[in-house]
Design a protein around this ligand. Structure first.
Ligand code: NAD
Length: 460
């Protein structure tokens, strides 16, 4: 007997082969459906994000609902242009002929998403998949169950249910899905599971995009103006603690600073943490909670390692009942401790001191390529060196996270932080195949292209 998964896949394949998803009208209707979901059910999404992650609804709108609405509107405004083929230039030797690159959808695609931005990281790739005319299975993370359930319910109700399905569940369901043949797998999650995804995809020669994690450094140079130092520090506080309590793939993992600037930096960090989250951050509704007990214990154990706890200079409160961890600053924990070798993914912020800020280049180069690198500096030469001598998915000067919400910029990692890119037109391209269509004329023909071969033909 056919399993539910097999029958779902059969239906998705039939829908794709019917050709209806290739029509621009279908694609527009699905994107509009996504918009209606977010408009009609905004409060339900806010509640789900509050329950799963303790996210304030303003943060939820900024990082998830509002960001996705922006991306859908951008796709709707550009879809016809993206779908149009692009003329390609041909050399004289190909005369007379013409060629174009025509984007075509891939087929049934699989999107597996993570829990930390459970709505955004599910719907952002889906915008690209639908805009490109694919049929889709989405598997949200089981660790954000309310968000997973509302995605399943609304997507079924608002989108073409023969073309888009949400399959809920954990790693067991993920593994079952990975045994199936898809036209593309788009995965957001850990490096460990990313490897499993790639292994499984190899069986079917399925192309994959891996949006993985890693440690994103932020370095802060000496500024001549205290205003610049203050603004940089405020942005760092926001980039570390203000988005999902540090549970963000592009959140700051650690800071690099010159020794001489350390005490001023720590004082400013404390000041802005208090300004954002009050004297008792545990009572603040502006900071998200840790997703579950397992991650809470994981974060706690990072501090339990030898010599790590003694490097804490601020914070350190762990409230297990409310799964809350206070913004915590550490100075120079051992570089071989897990807090400096593993992705932190929580509100613990190590500061590593250097003699000269230029030493940060070697520091960064000696570690896996980060998904995002943030550099607070106005020194043009140092900026140029950072661009040319370090490698990362993205490099942002003097701010954090902003690059993620810009539709005209591709988002993705490099090396250990993943590969493939999306957002805006890059999402459309990610889920399309650009087919070469070459049309030859019968106007003339070249006789020497045909056998029989003889040396005269070589001399021509
Ligand atoms: P995870 O790898 O544990 O889980 C991600 C998804 O994979 C979930 O839906 C999960 O159910 C599924 N999964 C787990 N085991 C599986 C298996 N064996 N087979 C198939 N599917 C399986 O990651 P997570 O804890 O949800 O997310 C945190 C990680 O994701 C962090 O490393 C973070 O940096 C990374 N991340 C990256 C980005 C990005 O855009 N690059 C964004 C968010 C999170």
């Amino acid at each position: 007997m056919q399993s539910k998964l097999e029958s779902d896949l059969k239906e998705l394949r039939e829908t794709f082969h019917s050709g209806k998803t290739k029509e621009s009208s279908w694609r527009i209707s699905q994107l509009q459906g996504l918009l209606h979901i977010l408009e009609d059910r905004e409060n339900d999404f806010f509640m789900a994000l509050k329950q799963d992650l303790g996210k304030h609804h303003v943060e939820a709108y900024r990082d998830e609902i509002g960001t996705v609405v922006k991306s859908i509107n951008y796709a709707l405004g550009n879809l016809k242009q993206w779908m149009a083929g692009k003329k390609a230039r041909l050399p004289l030797a190909a005369f007379p002929s013409k060629a174009e690159l025509v984007p075509e959808p891939l087929g049934v695609v699989l999107i597996i998403s993570s829990w930390n931005f459970p709505i955004g990281l599910s719907l952002e790739p889906m915008i690209g998949a639908l805009a490109a005319g694919n049929t889709v299975i989405l598997k949200p993370s089981e660790l954000a169950p309310m968000c997973s359930s509302i995605l399943a319910e609304t997507i079924h109700d608002y989108l073409d249910s023969t073309a888009v399905k949400v399959i809920e569940g954990g790693s067991d369901i993920g593994e079952k899905l990975l045994q199936q043949k898809f036209a593309k797998i788009f995965f957001t999650g850990s490096t460990r599971v990313g490897r499993l995804v790639m292994l499984a995809a190899a069986q079917h020669l399925t192309p994959v995009t891996l949006e993985l994690g890693g440690k994103c450094p932020a370095l802060i140079d000496s500024f001549s103006s205290s205003r610049d130092t203050k603004m940089a520090t405020k942005r760092i506080v926001w980039g570390k603690f203000g988005a999902s309590a540090g549970q963000a793939c592009i959140g700051i993992d650690y800071i690099l600073v010159e020794k001489k600037n350390l005490s001023n930096l720590v004082e400013l960090l404390k000041k802005y943490i208090k300004q954002c989250f009050g004297d008792d951050p545990n009572g603040s509704n502006s900071m998200s909670k840790i997703i579950n007990k397992r991650h809470f214990s994981r974060l706690k154990s990072l501090l339990d390692e030898h010599m790590v706890k003694s490097s804490v200079v601020y914070g350190g409160l762990f409230d297990e009942e409310n799964l809350f961890i206070e913004p915590t600053i550490l100075v120079d924990p051992p570089l071989d401790a897990a807090i400096m070798t593993e992705e932190i993914f929580g509100p613990l912020l190590p500061i590593i001191t250097l003699e000269k800020i230029e030493d940060s280049i070697d520091f960064i180069r000696s570690r896996p390529s980060p998904l995002a690198l943030y550099a607070f500096t106005k020194d043009n030469n140092f900026q140029k060196r950072l661009v040319s001598e370090t490698s990362s998915g993205s490099l942002t000067f003097n701010d954090v996270i902003l690059h993620y919400v810009v539709d005209t910029l591709p988002f993705g990692g490099t090396g250990g932080s993943g590969f493939g890119r999306y957002h805006g037109k890059y999402s459309f391209d990610n889920f399309s195949h650009e087919k070469v269509v070459l049309t030859r004329s019968f106007f003339i023909d070249i006789w020497f292209r045909y056998p029989p071969w003889n040396d005269t033909k070589l001399q021509l």
